[in-house]
Write a new protein. Structure first.
Length: 117
């Protein structure tokens, strides 16, 4: 079971994260997300646990647990493999096309009209 973990302290590393989750069972991997530019933690992570029951136990045991000032958010990660195409199939999003400015055609017509004289 792949888990998403948010609300992590900024100084928590992969090994410490793995220790927390190993209390609930076997952990294949525990990866804290880091900002590529600054190298600082983005305060969320992904944990892979092969046993779904142990994963559910980890969610139950760690969700809303305070580590520092924030409560952890631990939940099953969204499955992105079925829709890895970004915004495909969505209606009118940022990458879905469109474009042009507000009232684009009218602005061009108004400018043409003004420039004639």
């Amino acid at each position: 079971m792949n888990l998403f973990v948010a609300g992590l302290p900024s100084d928590l590393d992969d090994a410490e994260l793995m220790e927390f989750f190993e209390k609930f069972g076997t952990v294949n991997s525990a990866k804290v997300a880091y900002d590529k530019e600054t190298g600082k933690s983005r305060c969320f992570a992904f944990v892979d646990m092969p046993n779904d029951e142990e994963g559910r136990d980890a969610i139950e045991g760690l969700n809303d647990l305070y580590l520092g000032r924030k409560a952890l958010v631990v939940k099953q990660a969204d499955d992105r493999s079925s829709n890895s195409g970004g915004n495909s199939g969505g209606g009118g999003g940022y990458r879905g096309g469109g474009g042009g400015g507000f009232n684009r055609n009218n602005n061009n017509n108004n400018n043409r009209g003004r420039n004639r004289y």
